[in-house]
Write a protein that binds this ligand. Structure first.
Ligand SMILES: [Zn+2]
Length: 627
């Protein structure tokens, strides 16, 4: 196994060059991140069910020291800001617990209790945050929950602030229209691949430390506790609509297709406070998230930020969001909104301008520079999204993956191309020698491109894996973006230590499957039907889910699975089963004979088992940096 390398002279030089062009640090961000501090718990350590921490700042203590030359200086600054944890007063009546998870949880003091905004990812972290709030501001009940948007770091911990009785009693849970569908849909059809790629993006398998995970840019990292989801009791669909929640007036702005497909900003007139959800945070956000997702709409994102400024800024004394620290003062809030909005519109407009000149995405991304007034701000820097990959995202949204060059229309796939490039180079040793020269000259991007061909042609070539890991590592050390660093370092780690083949596939999305209604579950089945094996076979079933009595027709024709509510009119086999049994069968937790003998499945078992055998199991740990 090869070893992690020190930062090279080229990496140190790159850091120094960046250091010279970074905005002046006037200490404002650190002052804002600490302002209104009321208290915290030691190291923000929060134990989970087994006693192991689901969250802790302890492993990140090193960010208080001198910057190591294995970390980008700008990311290091962000990492220090994202290490300031505890309960903070935003303004009298509004409090945030920050850095108890990747996101913020906000508490509004209502007439009789606390309104909770965005209860983090895990039950445990949300519960600890509420306990801290109660310790400092009084032991009051939670009177309502607001989800700003449909991403898991804004709802997953909801059962940490609610009880079953709260749910039965209809406690108000308010979310933007479309929240529930979006919350589940993103994880249904692509849960496995997004989950696996997320392990790269958030550095989940990296050690925490100067050569490992330092920060994700948006926050430290993701907590690892119990994820829950309670559906909203009411949704907000109109901009300008007002609600009074536990005596607190709230004016809403609905912002679909921004940072999330279902998202909203809102304003508290009596506190003169504006919540910008995740639409404005202290970094350039992702128009495309590297874990993989539909590309976001930069134009609409920018439009809604401008609209928020026009609607609320005149009455705003403080602006807060669901990540990072607030901004106080109307002028600063206005300037922040203007620059955040312009940031996304600039990337949008300039990408389209350059595309119209005929540049391809790689060329556009390489060319794009922010104007000086935007570049002079810390909150526009590429800590999470990057200018580079966001420009490619805008191109992809409008023009798709093809750049119009027919040489790129039908390329050989990586393994086949790799073998040809290796042959062209004169064999593996010659390719490696050339790549080593590039490495010695600090051209790590070229090393990564070149040696990738060899790794895909000869995945067991240890020298290739080592050189590739060395190059990715330096790129990780140089990266300002937390996700880029995590991608590079995770790739290097997996090249150095190939993951042993697991005989038991891990179902990354198993937990999410349990939250799905039967119809969505059947939709998820369709993308598991093995198109190579199905041939001309056909199936037709009437499925009855015994928990709910819901009936669905389920059929296969032309290699395609269809489902619809109700019963089929044609001939079909009858199968009764529980939703839970179907999930257990799918993820390999039970066998058909066990499910039948437990009374969980009955009817035309043989045909149903036959169909299930044609469904793929996905291996969560599929290879990324090697074939
Ligand atoms: Zn978030």
């Amino acid at each position: 196994m090869s070893q992690q390398q020190d930062a090279t002279a080229f990496t140190r030089t790159a850091h120094a060059a960046l250091g010279r062009i970074l905005p002046v640090d006037d200490g404002q961000d650190f002052a804002d991140a600490r302002r209104g501090f009321l208290g915290t718990i030691p190291d923000a350590t929060i134990p989970g069910a087994t006693g192991n921490p689901v969250w802790s700042m302890k492993p990140f203590e090193f960010v208080e020291g001198q910057r190591p030359d294995t970390v980008n200086p700008s990311l290091w600054r962000q990492a220090r800001l994202n290490a300031i944890h505890g309960l903070f007063e935003v303004t009298p009546g509004i409090y945030q617990v920050r850095n108890f998870d990747i996101s913020n949880i906000t508490f509004i003091e209502g007439a009789t209790g606390y309104i909770v905004i965005d209860p983090l990812i895990s039950e445990e972290t949300a519960r600890a945050a509420l306990a801290l709030m109660r310790q400092h501001r009084g032991d009051k009940p939670v009177t309502a929950v607001i989800y700003t948007h449909s991403h898991v770091d804004h709802y997953g911990g909801v059962m940490g602030v609610l009880s079953d009785a709260d749910i039965r009693n209809g406690l108000r849970i308010i979310a933007p229209e479309g929240f529930l569908a979006e919350a589940v849909s993103e994880n249904v059809l692509l849960g496995n691949v997004m989950g696996r790629r997320a392990t790269y993006m958030y550095g989940a398998t990296l050690p925490k430390g100067p050569r490992g995970h330092v920060d994700s840019g948006l926050g430290k990292t993701v907590s690892t506790g119990k994820v829950t989801l309670v559906p909203p009791t009411e949704s907000v669909s109109t901009t300008g609509s007002r609600l009074t929640v536990d005596g607190v007036d709230i004016i809403f702005q609905v912002t679909p297709d921004t940072e999330a497909p279902a998202e909203m900003n809102f304003f508290f007139p009596q506190f003169r406070a504006l919540c910008m959800a995740e639409n404005c945070t202290c970094n350039l956000h992702n128009l495309y998230t590297p874990r993989g997702a539909l590309v976001r709409d930069a134009r609409s994102w920018s439009h809604y930020i401008d609209e928020a400024s026009a609607m609320f800024c005149e009455d705003t004394d403080v602006l807060f969001a669901s990540h990072h620290w607030p901004r106080w003062g109307q002028d600063r809030a206005r300037d922040f909104l203007a620059k955040q909005g312009d940031l996304y519109k600039f990337i949008h407009d300039q990408t389209l301008r350059l595309a119209n000149h005929g540049l391809n995405p790689t060329e556009i991304a390489e060319r794009l520079r922010l104007p000086p007034s935007l570049e002079a701000e810390w909150h526009t820097r590429s800590y999470y999204g990057t200018l580079n990959h966001n420009a490619k995202a805008v191109y992809q949204r409008y023009l798709g993956w093809f750049d119009g060059n027919p040489a790129n229309l039908h390329k050989h796939p990586p393994v086949e191309a790799g073998a040809r490039y290796v042959a062209l180079a004169g064999g593996a040793d010659a390719l490696l020698a050339s790549a080593q020269t590039a490495y010695d000259q600090g051209d790590y991007r070229w090393v990564a491109e070149l040696v990738n061909h060899l790794v895909f042609a000869e995945p067991d070539n240890a020298a290739a894996r080592t050189l590739q890991a060395n190059a990715l590592e330096q790129m990780g050390y140089q990266a300002e973006s937390g996700p880029w660093r995590a991608f590079y370092l995770t790739g290097a780690q997996e090249l150095r230590n190939p993951r042993p083949k697991s005989d038991k596939p891990r179902q990354g999305a198993a937990g999410q499957l349990r939250a799905l209604p039967a119809g969505s579950l059947l939709e998820a089945l369709a993308v598991r039907l093995n198109g190579d094996e199905i041939g001309e076979r056909t199936f037709a079933f009437n499925l009855t889910f015994t928990e709910t009595g819901e009936a669905f027709s389920l059929s296969v024709r032309n290699g395609v699975m269809h489902h619809a509510p109700g019963r089929t009119t044609g001939p079909a086999d009858e199968v009764s089963l529980t939703c839970a049994a179907l999930i257990a069968l799918l993820i390999g937790e039970t066998t058909m004979s066990d499910a039948v003998s437990a009374g969980k499945v009955s009817g035309a078992i043989a045909g149903f088992q036959d169909l299930l055998s044609l469904l793929d199991q996905f291996d969560f740990w599929f290879e990324i940096v090697a074939p």
